[in-house]
Design a protein around this ligand. Structure first.
Ligand code: ZN
Length: 533
């Protein structure tokens, strides 16, 4: 008998944390950051206290109370005493590993808390993107997926109360690569993996192959809005269990998902754990529609063009690079996106080389000091770096890739009246911060932008809460990272699973309603609940 316990991802989009137990063998399927629950208690200036280690995330229900699973350096003394009588509490001394589906933080973020000797299984691209995100991101202690700062108990000078203090020691995690021949990786790729982006020393942990896991595993590459995504197959004593991660059929790499359906179907799986983000959508916008609609919106634009699309969606970045070529503009990307492209090119030579690509430049935003990774980027691509005054003096030449959170650059750029803002993103749950559309409209109005594809406020009456909708004539500028309802049903039918378990969905009942004419049994786990198979 196999037990599946759902510590996250039930009746919510994201935060997947699934424990699979088969006798003494145990695996986690993703260990994501629970954005929904986090937002119920915290906001930008109210965060779990880094100095309290595991206490805040455990007490607020952001992490499951599984003693033995987490980093020892985050355990303040006697921390477990207050959790031992909680119903979800368990002692969990051994774990074979985490199967990571992709590098979106709602699937990967809480790996940061796990014991460092627990291996993470992923594709090479997912491992490299996770490291690029961490290298170039804020060093929030709960987002340290690939390496982390050790803490030690201490009392800051002059203070009375002790806390867990950050030390100089950085520990890298063990990543086991499922899909690539490690011997074929370049020396530069290995150097990237083992190098700390800052001055602090890193206790390195080289990449290894995934073959040492006590389960027989299958890694199926699938298409999603971030490269490197995969689904997993796990051979258990109850038969094969398939975990979809996040996927779609309508993206540029949709053929990968089709192949996954065929291959997973051949295993005659006992159970399929399937995402259901977009079950209520009836049709998809394709990436080539985004290209066509984006080109239409931008081709006659005067002045500056800003393209706003989800972070780490490299496929969308390449779509706008094509549009830039076709409209005779340069695509200006931020240093963090340039770092991501540079990293991906270590594994995939189809990714453009920034140095060689005539229509690609890097916009250096206005910051007080450059961190080491950004300084290195300037060294590598010096002639490609531009700043606000370069954009200001030749606004017709650029498509600037900004998100809402970069809009504070506008006072330096001084865009000409009638510049264009193209919104190519519509999935707030996919983004790691929620966009405040009201605030974005005010910025764009102040700088006299014309807007395309940006949701506008719909308010039935002054008392009602407003909703935001993209005007009908301006839709078709975003291809979702998730399959629509019909495609998800095709996936379930073709894989011919005996049991289907919906996750990552606010409407899991969709599957029971629409698969009633098949032999597929749909099982609904409760949050923190266990299913036996
Ligand atoms: Zn995702």
């Amino acid at each position: 008998m196999v037990r599946l316990t759902f510590y996250g991802g039930i009746n919510e989009i994201g935060g997947n944390k699934i424990l699979l137990e088969d006798g003494g063998r145990k695996l986690l399927l993703d260990f994501g950051f629970p954005y929904k629950r986090h937002k119920e208690f915290y906001e930008e200036y109210l965060k779990p206290r880094a100095g309290a280690g595991l206490l805040d995330p455990l007490r607020m229900g952001l992490l499951p109370p599984l003693e033995g699973l987490y980093r020892k350096d985050l355990e303040a003394q006697n921390i477990w005493e207050q959790f031992r009588d909680k119903p979800a509490y368990r002692q969990l001394d051994h774990l074979d590993g985490v199967l990571l589906s992709h590098a979106h933080l709602d699937h990967s973020g809480h790996i940061a808390f796990l014991r460092e000797d627990i291996p993470v299984y992923s594709t090479a691209t997912t491992a490299f993107i996770a490291k690029a995100i961490q290298d170039s991101g804020k060093s929030d202690f709960d987002q340290q997926v690939c390496y982390f700062d050790y803490k030690k108990p201490g009392v800051p000078a002059g203070w009375k109360q002790g806390a867990l203090l950050t030390t100089d020691k950085k520990q890298q995690r063990q990543f086991c690569i499922a899909d690539a021949d490690l011997a074929a990786l370049s020396e530069e790729a290995f150097r990237f993996w083992l190098k700390s982006p800052g001055q602090k020393p890193l206790t390195p942990c080289p990449l290894s192959a995934h073959s040492s896991c006590s389960f027989n595993l299958c890694c199926f590459p699938v298409d999603h809005s971030i490269p490197g995504a995969c689904a997993w197959g796990i051979e258990t004593s109850a038969g094969w269990i398939i975990y979809s991660g996040d996927l779609r059929l309508h993206g540029k790499q949709g053929n990968l998902t089709t192949k996954f359906m065929e291959e997973a179907g051949k295993l005659n799986p006992r159970a399929l754990i399937l995402e259901g983000t977009n079950v209520n959508r009836t049709e998809n916008t394709y990436e080539h529609d985004v290209h066509e609609n984006g080109l239409k919106a931008i081709k006659d634009a005067k002045g500056l063009v800003i393209a706003d699309f989800p972070p780490r969606d490299v496929y969308r970045l390449l779509t706008f690079l094509d549009i830039a070529r076709e409209t005779g503009r340069n695509l200006a990307i931020l240093p963090r996106d340039a770092y991501l492209l540079k990293t991906m090119r270590l594994l995939d030579t189809e990714i453009p080389d920034i140095a060689q690509e005539p229509n690609l430049v890097i916009y250096q935003d206005t910051i007080a000091s450059l961190r080491l990774w950004a300084r290195n980027l300037c060294k590598d691509y010096g002639s490609k770096m531009i700043v606000a005054k370069d954009v200001h003096s030749a606004q017709d030449n650029f498509i600037l890739c900004f998100s809402f959170f970069d809009i504070n650059e506008l006072p330096s750029i001084q865009p000409v009246e009638g510049s264009l803002y193209v919104f190519s993103s519509s999935e707030p749950h996919d983004e790691e911060q929620e966009i405040d559309f009201g605030r974005l409209h005010r910025w764009l109005d102040l700088f006299k932008f014309s807007k395309h594809g940006l949701p506008v406020e719909i308010k039935a009456s002054p008392k009602e809460k407003s909703t935001w909708e993209i005007p009908e004539a301006e839709t078709g500028l975003h291809a979702s990272g998730h399959a629509c309802g019909k495609d998800l049903l095709d996936i379930a039918r073709q894989i011919k699973t005996e049991i289907l378990i919906p996750v990552h969905s606010e409407h899991p009942e969709f599957y029971a309603e629409n698969l009633a004419d098949t032999d597929i049994e749909v099982m609904f786990p409760n949050p923190l609940g266990t299913l036996e198979i």
